[in-house]
Each structure stands twice: as C-alpha cells, then as structure tokens.
Write a protein that binds this ligand. Structure first.
Ligand code: TXA
Ligand code: MG
Length: 318
C-alpha cells in the first residue's frame, strides 16, 4: 500500500539511528527492530504522532499502545511503580515482557497512547538498536507492531516495507527479530497479576518468580484488552451526532461551525488532529461537571471510524 511519504530504509548504524531519532523528534513515524517484532514508533508524548500511528495502521478502534522506554528508571517515572513490577523488571527487563501499570501523576505520555485509560503499557526492549534509538530520540516511544491492522506482525524490514512503504517515514533495517512473536502482556493493576496476552516471555518463568497469575479467561470481562470494561468512560452522559446544544450540555465540535462549541476536536476538520485531541478533551469536559457532552457528527472515514467507535463505547451505558 503506498501513501504520500517516501519511506527511507535506514542502516543500523550511527547515521541511521541519528536520522531515525531526528524524524521521531519531529513527530514522524519510524519502524524499528525489537527482539520480538518490528514496531511502528512515534514520540509517545506527542498526541499527533500517536494519532498518526493509528491512522497509519488503519486500526478500526483505539487499542492502547505499548510505550517503549530505555530503562527501568524511566518506567518508574511514567507509572505508579510497585514491588511486583520491580521484581519482574529486575529479572526480565530488558526483554519480551510488557507491564500494565497505573499512569503516574502528570505522566507526559499522550492519553491517546493509553486509549484514554488511566494505565500504561511499558516495556524496555531487549534489542540494542531499539534502546539506542530511544535514548537518541530522548523520548518514550509508542509502538505497536509495524503491520497494517489485522495482518501478520513483521519480523524483518522487508515485511515492514510490504505493509508500510509510503506510510512510515523510515525503517531501521536491523535484520531478523530473534524472538519473532510479540511480548507477553501482564496486567499489574489488579490484586493478582493477570496475563492479557501470551507472548515471547513464557508464563512459567513469570509465575516461578511472582506466583499465581490470573489468565484472561478467568475474567470474562477482559475479552480483549482495549475493549469495553477496560476503557475510559466519562461519567458525564455523551450524546452523539449533535446538531444543537441542550441546556446544561457542553458541545464538543468538529470542523467549522456556527454553533458555540465548548471545545473543538479540530477547527479545520482534520481527523488526525481530532484523534489526537479526543481523550484529553473528553477528560477535560468530564471534569468540568456539565450535565451532558454533545458531540458534533464526525465522518466515518479514516481515523473517523476509530473516533466514532470510541465515542459510541463512551456513550453506551454498558
Ligand atoms: O512485542 C511487542 O509487544 C511489540 C513490539 C513492537 O514491542 N508491540 C506490540 O504492540 O505488539 P501492539 O500494539 O500490537 O500490542 C499491544 C498490546 C495490545 O494487546 C493492547 O491491547 C495491550 O498491549 N495494551 C496496551 N496498553 C494497554 C493497557 N493500558 N491496558 C491493557 N492492555 C494494553
Ligand atoms: Mg500487533
């Protein structure tokens, strides 16, 4: 699939890393190797870069993304760390283990990367190139697997280019990934750690260290991470496709309008900008204590379908 960006294949050396780091700092997307699979990276603190990740992958809804950091200290700064996290990080980081933890106060990571959740998925990748890239870019890197939504995860730069040529600004060619399956995702926000996704780090190794681990199947509510129960839902009722405002309601606008908006997802009707603003604005409006939040119609194209999917979930009462 070709887009309007020229995707550069970058060598796994000083020059390549410097170019990639500069692109990331500028808000562009760069695919890079990790020991599990290639990731499609963007500056995790930049709402627009994170929105671009969803746009580029063509994700039908906002699944939260893994935030890659260079060290345990960095993970501690972004999250509310725990003893279990410490134990796991000591034994298994850098490595194929992603930990879900509550976001720290004033966590600089984009709310969109968390899909509006109060939690964060963190991983220190085991691949030297990945960690060097993070330190050169000097920011946490949000990165899902570098494939189009619903397709196989890439384990070489060629795989990445098959999917994302013309869509990402660059790909660092670091050869084949040694593990080849995604990281194991472990939720540490509940009393008992829960396995959300089996992956490159065997479950047995984890339970040998920390004891019993709940399986996703144990809790019918957690069907797929990023689904209903695990998503941020504002406590203020949401009304979609609003063409007028009722008394007591806030109006969340989209595009140019005569209506008086409390806030506007994108004055120019740019869906990437709207996605970047979505969760931050919903949080803000939710906190302001309105009787309801009316949201103007958003087109179903591009990121619009993910925005609408999210808004529909936020507005449904289950
Ligand atoms: O090996 C990997 O994990 C690769 C490399 C690039 O690091 N990344 C990867 O990312 O597979 P992705 O976005 O394809 O998968 C992330 C998984 C999804 O299942 C997502 O729902 C879950 O992690 N996840 C992320 N943040 C979460 C959160 N706050 N709560 C629950 N699940 C979360
Ligand atoms: Mg994936």
């Amino acid at each position: 699939m070709a887009g309007d960006v020229k995707t550069r294949r970058l060598p796994p050396d000083e020059t390549g890393l410097e170019t990639a780091a500069n692109l990331l700092r500028d808000g562009a997307l760069v695919a890079f190797p990790t020991e599990t699979v290639y990731g499609l990276g963007g500056d995790a603190t930049n709402d627009l870069a994170v929105a671009k990740i969803f746009e580029t992958k063509g994700r039908p809804h906002f699944n939260p993304l893994i935030v890659h950091v260079g060290s345990t200290e960095e993970a501690q700064r972004l999250s509310r760390w725990s003893d279990v996290a410490e134990e796991l990080a000591r034994s298994f980081w850098p490595g194929a283990l992603t930990l879900i933890l509550p976001r720290s106060n004033n966590c600089p990571v984009s709310k969109l990367a968390s899909a509006g959740l109060e939690t964060l998925a963190l991983r220190v990748p085991g691949h030297d190139l990945a960690r060097t890239l993070i330190s050169r870019a000097d920011c946490p890197i949000a990165a899902p697997s570098a494939n189009l939504s619903g397709r196989l995860s890439p384990t070489s730069a060629d795989h990445v280019l098959e999917h994302l040529d013309g869509l990402a600004a660059g790909v660092i060619d670091g050869g084949l990934c040694s593990i080849g399956v995604e990281s194991t995702v472990l939720d540490l926000t509940t009393d008992q750690p829960v396995l959300l996704r089996p992956g490159g780090m065997p479950l047995e190794a984890l339970s040998e260290l920390i004891g019993d681990i709940g399986l996703t199947g144990d809790n019918a509510k957690i069907k797929s991470p990023g689904m209903l129960a695990r998503h941020y839902a504002p406590s203020t009722p949401i009304r979609l496709n609003a063409t007028h405002v009722n008394t007591g309601e806030a109006l969340l606008g989209f595009g140019a309008t005569e209506l008086e908006c409390t806030d506007n997802l994108s004055q120019t009707g740019d869906l990437i900008e709207a996605a970047a603003n979505l969760f931050a604005m919903l949080h803000e409006l939710d906190r302001a204590g309105h009787q309801g939040i009316a949201v103007m119609p958003i087109p179903e194209s591009g990121l619009g379908s993910a925005i609408n999917d999210r808004l529909r979930r936020a507005s449904s009462s289950d």
